[in-house]
Design a protein around this ligand. Structure first.
Ligand SMILES: O=C(O)CCC(=O)C(=O)O
Length: 331
């Protein structure tokens, strides 16, 4: 089974569209959020050329960087959440040990570059680490993509607010200094990591939920692998040209008290694609550090969230410590 959930978000991107048009889009968002927690977005108001160019630039980074150049900018080396992560540095399924499941992916994280945060937290202070050997154009393209995704994320928040019957701008104040992160991901071909050797299971990314508000994902149209859990089955979310995939994270689940679920997902590396690499760019659109994780609508799911009452930044920090080896203090 494949995910069949598409939302044209043009009305949310267009300042001149009517509130009725926006509300119609919001109703579709509501439907797919309660059904799947995942949906594709499309719009002819999105600059797909910019998106395609960024994708090619991300591939260039992984193809031309040497091992030494990557390690020079690694999170391991600098202890901050920016720059390079090698295969094994992040294992998103923190219920499995690295001896059982290994995420076969490398990545590069970029955060907000322009805002001077007023808060005094670790993520806020972390500066981007730009590879000096890539061109200025490369850096410019990455920043451009970041800005574009911020705009799309903010427009989507209006849709989510309307979907939840809140004032359209309800979330705006929570995203003035967002802990947003863009991650270029490269999944090496599976043939380099034969499955089940030494009793390990190799996944592109293990089973997990995302931690924040929403994730907006650009996928590789040459290689699929993303799967989501739906009614106790895994269904695939194949890449489709001129679409992005949106999914809900833990923060939005807590805010909606379980009305919108952070859906478990994973990236499988299929045997038939054994020779193929895969690339993707998730954009984790997260609120300000101090945002409280507490119920904002009148819905009772009977869930009791451990994160309830925490500041979002503290929750994010806790989750990253569970999944990123550079953050674990050696025993
Ligand atoms: O690469 C993908 O398609 C998904 C990545 C993902 O799930 C994640 O990084 O949280």
């Amino acid at each position: 089974m494949k995910l069949d959930a598409f939302v044209d978000i043009s009305s949310l991107l267009d300042e001149n569209s009517t509130i009725d048009d926006k509300q119609q889009t919001a109703e579709l968002i509501h439907k797919y959020c309660t059904e799947f927690g995942f949906f594709y977005i499309c719009s002819d108001k999105i600059n797909w050329e910019t998106i395609q160019k960024t994708f090619e630039q991300a591939k260039r980074y992984f193809s031309i960087s040497t091992h030494e150049q990557k390690e020079e900018l690694s999170m391991k080396k600098h202890g901050q959440h920016r720059g390079y992560l090698a295969v094994g540095d992040e294992n998103v399924d923190d219920t499995a040990t690295v001896t059982q499941v290994l995420d076969v992916k490398e990545g590069f994280d970029i955060g907000l570059d322009t805002i001077h945060y007023t808060t005094d937290h670790e993520f806020s202070r972390a500066k981007n680490r730009w590879p000096g050997y890539m061109t200025q154009e490369w850096q410019h393209d990455m920043k451009n993509y970041f800005s574009l995704l911020l705009r799309i994320g903010k427009a989507l928040l209006h849709g989510f607010a309307l979907a939840l019957k809140l004032p359209m701008t309800h979330f705006d104040q929570l995203f003035t200094e967002p802990l947003a992160l863009m991650r270029m991901l490269h999944y090496p071909a599976l043939q380099t990591y034969p499955p089940n050797s030494q009793d390990k299971i190799y996944l592109g990314a293990g089973e997990h939920t995302d931690y924040g508000c929403i994730t907006i994902l650009l996928q590789d149209t040459n290689n699929d692998g993303l799967e989501i859990q739906h009614n106790k089955e895994w269904i695939s979310v194949p890449p489709i040209e001129k679409t992005l995939v949106v999914n809900i994270g833990d923060a939005l689940e807590v805010w909606t008290n379980g009305l919108y679920k952070a859906t478990t997902h994973r990236v499988v590396m299929k045997q038939e694609n054994i020779t193929k690499e895969r690339y993707s760019i998730p954009f984790f659109f997260e609120p300000n550090y101090e945002t409280k994780l507490e119920k904002i609508i009148d819905h009772d799911s009977g869930e009791n969230y451990a994160a309830q009452g925490m500041q979002f930044g503290d929750y994010l920090s806790q989750r990253l410590t569970s999944t990123f080896s550079y953050r674990k203090v050696p025993l």
